[in-house]
Ligand binder design. Structure first.
Ligand code: FES
Ligand SMILES: [Fe+2]
Length: 344
């Protein structure tokens, strides 16, 4: 069966810090989900629609009482597992009174939720982004709402040649668009790799202002996309000619791990989670502030472009034919992988 979303997969629903003892809601793959932390700190996730008359449990005056949620409309009360424990006006609780509960894993600063058949959750891989929660790395992060389908963001992130044009003055320089890419697809692991290694490139403000490098640089962009949700950009910046040592150590380079989680909200909107982890200037708040502001600006440049594309697609006549070139190899591989996952 083909559906709009890739199901039976883990998706990033939130940053762990977004969820506490307040009722929190987010829609993932068209499903409205209620999140909260129990008294012992565990995140729980269940349907955000009361089984009685659908009142959203995230909506006031619904509220938490200890480890139960009380519906703000007529008072149906649910435990942390989603099972209804009390209804008004009668002592017998109907056996079917339970909210759909979602498997949850908190990892690498993210709250991952499993969308699909919960019995498959335990055997389905959650990709890692360890830099987001690891000593030796400093992280700035955010999430921007995107009024466009997730596949447009996948296209965007797998082809960074657009940095030169859409993000000139931030992360784009002429060399990004000029340098050919290499693409590799690991079908078994379900990963698309796209690399662009620039031996001698201008240093864009994003990296000169954060690293202090002033001359030309060797700039590597190694993308690792695990469909459907997690995208990693391993970025290496060093003075021209400085390469890693034979043993893999790399003390004279600056490393930035750019992480995106691409989570469909609806068929036509997406949660665009972004994080930038660095292994230098760890305690320098000015560098953190700068990278946070710059990366948000860059993300919003993409959001504006993709929101426009969504409108264009929504209003175009049938039969529009895209034209693809070498830079699209990674994006096309990702599309094929997503189409196969969707058809399962
Ligand atoms: S809608 Fe929730 S108790 Fe009636
Ligand atoms: Fe971009």
């Amino acid at each position: 069966m083909t559906t709009a979303f890739v199901r039976n997969q883990w998706y990033v629903a939130a940053y762990g810090r977004e969820i506490g003892r307040e009722l929190f809601t987010r829609t993932v793959c068209g499903e409205s989900i209620l999140f909260w932390r129990t008294g012992n700190g565990a995140v729980t996730a269940m349907s955000d629609r009361c089984v009685h008359r659908r009142f959203p449990l995230s909506e006031k005056p619904s509220h938490l009482v200890g480890d139960t949620v009380v519906c703000g409309y007529h008072g149906f009360t649910y435990g942390a597992d989603g099972v209804c424990v009390a209804v008004p006006g009668q002592t017998r609780v109907p056996r079917t009174a339970r909210l759909r509960a979602y498997p949850i894993v908190e990892q690498d600063s993210f709250v991952w939720v499993f969308i699909g058949d919960p019995t498959l959750a335990a055997t389905t891989r959650i990709p890692r982004a360890p830099w987001l929660d690891k000593p030796g790395w400093t992280v700035v992060a955010g999430m921007e709402p995107l009024a466009a389908r997730a596949s447009l963001l996948v296209d965007n992130l797998l082809d960074l040649s657009h940095e030169t044009y859409l993000h000139g003055g931030y992360i784009g320089t002429p060399e990004v668009a000029e340098t050919p890419i290499t693409t590799e697809v690991d079908e078994e692991a379900g990963i698309v790799y796209v690399s662009r290694r620039m031996a001698d490139a201008a240093c864009p403000p994003f990296y000169s202002n954060s690293t202090g490098l002033t001359g030309r640089i060797t700039r590597w962009q190694d993308i690792e996309y695990t469909p459907p949700c997690l995208y990693l950009l391993h970025s290496r910046i060093a003075p021209v000619g400085v390469l890693p040592n034979d043993d893999g150590s790399d003390p004279d380079a600056f490393h930035v791990e750019v992480v995106y989680a691409i989570t469909p909200e609806t068929e036509h909107s997406t949660h665009d989670f972004w994080a930038v982890a660095r292994d230098f200037a760890l305690d320098d708040q000015e560098v953190s502030d700068y990278l946070e502001k710059s990366n948000r600006t860059v993300v919003l440049q993409d959001v504006a472009a993709l929101d426009t594309l969504e409108q264009v697609i929504a209003t175009e006549p049938d039969g529009y034919q895209e034209l693809s070139i070498n830079i699209d190899t990674g994006g096309l591989a990702a599309r094929r992988m997503l189409a196969r996952m969707r058809a399962k």
